[in-house]
Design a protein around this ligand. Structure first.
Ligand code: NAI
Length: 340
C-alpha cells in the first residue's frame, strides 16, 4: 500500500513541469481505428494538458472514457451535430493530428482512397486554417503524398500557409523498417534505426539500408527487405480481411511523431525525425514535398536534412520514387484548383 503522502509526492513528480509549456492537441477522426488508440497515447503524453477529440461519431464516448485516466490533461469530445463542434475542437490548438478518412480494403492502393479522403482532408484543413492557423498540422489520412499538398493549397488560399508547420506522418514506415530489419538480422528492433525517405506509398517509400549497420546485407535479402518495408501495410490489410488497415501500429507511430513535434515546440534540442514536408531538396525537379529527416523546433520544421550518400541501387529507387511522387503531389494540388 502507498501512503497518501507518498502517492501525492509521486503524483507531483509525475505532473511536475520542469518545462513550463502546456500543449493543446486535437485529434480529428478520433473515433476511428487509429483515432482511438492514438488519442489514448496522447492522453498518456505529459506534455499534453488539453486533448480535444472530434469525429463524425464516437468522439464524446472516447473522450469520456479517456478522461478517467489520471494524467494531467482534460479531454473533451466534439461532434458536427453541436454548433461550433469543429471550431471548439480546433480553437487555438497547438497540434492537429488528422487520421480522419476511410482506410484500405484488400486489393486497394492508398491512391484508391483519394476520391473520398481528399474531400474530407480539404474540409478539415479549411477549418484548421480558420481556427488554428498557427498549429502544427500532422496528416495521417491517406494518400499522404496527395493529402499533404491538399492541406498546403487550402492554407495558401486562406493566406495562412506556413510550410514549417505542415507534416505528413511517415513514421510507420520507419518503425516497420526497424522491426523488419531486426527480424532479418536477428537483432533487437529497439536498437535498429533505418532512415526512410521519399513518400508514403509503395515505391515512394525509400529505406536507406546502405546507411544502416547492415549495409553489407546480401542483395537478395536486401531487396526482399526493401519490398517488405514498402508494402508492409498490405500485410495488415490482408490479415484484417476487409476490416481496415494498420491502426494500432499506426497509432504508436502517430504518437511517436506527435511526441517529437511537442518536444520541438517545447524547445528541446536535437529533435530529429523524418516527415513528408514542403522541402527544398528536389524542388528544382518539380517535387515540392519530400520526406527526409527534419530537425523540429519551437517554430516547427527548422532544418530539412539532405539524404546523405546513397548506393547506386538507392539512386535508381530514388528516381522511381520521384516519378510517382510528382504525380501524387500534382493530383492533390489539382483537386484544390478544381474545387473552387
Ligand atoms: P477508420 O474508418 O477506422 O476511422 C476513420 C475515422 O474518421 C472514422 O471514425 C470516421 O467517422 C472519421 N471521419 C470520417 N470523415 C470525417 C470527417 N469529415 N471529420 C471527422 N472525422 C471523420 O479508419 P482508420 O483505420 O482509422 O484510418 C484512417 C486513415 O488513416 C485512412 O485514410 C488510412 O488510410 C490512414 N492511414 C495512414 C497511415 C499512415 O502511415 N499515414 C497508416 C494507416 C492508415
Amino acid at each position: 500500500m502507498f501512503s497518501t503522502k507518498a502517492l501525492n509526492k509521486s503524483t507531483q513528480r509525475l505532473f511536475s513541469t520542469t518545462n513550463p509549456t502546456n500543449f493543446k492537441v486535437t485529434v480529428l477522426g478520433a473515433g476511428g481505428g487509429i483515432g482511438q488508440p492514438l488519442s489514448l497515447l496522447m492522453k498518456l503524453n505529459h506534455k499534453v494538458t488539453d486533448l480535444r477529440l472530434y469525429d463524425l461519431r464516437g468522439a464524446k464516448g472516447v473522450a469520456t472514457d479517456l478522461s478517467h485516466i489520471p494524467t494531467n490533461s482534460t479531454v473533451q469530445g466534439f461532434t458536427p451535430e453541436e454548433s461550433d463542434g469543429l471550431k471548439n475542437a480546433l480553437d487555438n490548438t497547438d497540434v492537429v493530428l488528422i487520421p480522419a478518412g476511410v482506410p484500405r480494403k484488400p486489393g486497394m492502393t492508398r491512391d484508391d482512397l483519394f476520391s473520398i479522403n481528399a474531400g474530407i482532408v480539404r474540409d478539415l484543413a479549411k477549418a484548421a486554417a480558420q481556427y488554428c492557423p498557427n498549429a502544427a498540422i500532422c496528416v495521417i489520412s491517406n494518400p499522404v503524398n496527395s493529402t499533404v499538398p491538399i492541406v498546403a493549397e487550402v492554407f495558401k488560399k486562406s493566406g495562412v500557409y506556413n510550410p514549417k508547420k505542415l507534416f505528413g506522418v511517415t513514421t510507420l514506415d520507419s518503425i516497420r523498417a526497424s522491426r523488419f530489419i531486426s527480424e532479418v538480422e536477428g537483432t533487437n528492433p529497439t536498437q535498429e534505426k533505418v532512415t526512410v525517405v521519399g513518400g508514403h506509398s509503395g515505391v515512394t517509400i525509400l529505406p536507406l539500408i546502405s546507411q544502416t549497420k547492415h549495409s553489407m546485407m546480401p542483395k537478395e535479402t536486401r531487396e526482399k527487405l526493401i519490398h517488405r518495408i514498402q508494402f508492409g501495410g498490405d500485410e495488415v490489410v490482408q490479415a484484417k480481411n476487409g476490416a481496415g488497415s494498420a491502426t494500432l501500429s499506426m497509432a504508436q507511430a502517430g504518437a511517436l511523431f506527435a511526441g517529437k513535434i511537442l518536444q520541438g515546440l517545447d524547445g528541446e534540442a536535437d529533435v530529429i525525425t523524418p516527415s513528408f514536408v514542403d522541402s527544398p531538396l528536389f524542388k528544382n525537379e518539380g517535387i515540392e514535398f519530400f520526406s527526409s529527416p527534419i530537425t523540429l523546433g519551437p517554430e516547427g520544421a527548422e532544418k530539412i536534412h539532405s539524404l546523405g550518400n546513397l548506393s547506386s541501387e538507392e539512386e535508381e529507387m530514388l528516381a522511381t520514387c520521384k516519378e510517382t511522387l510528382v504525380k501524387n503531389i500534382a493530383k492533390g494540388k489539382k483537386f484544390i484548383d478544381d474545387s473552387k
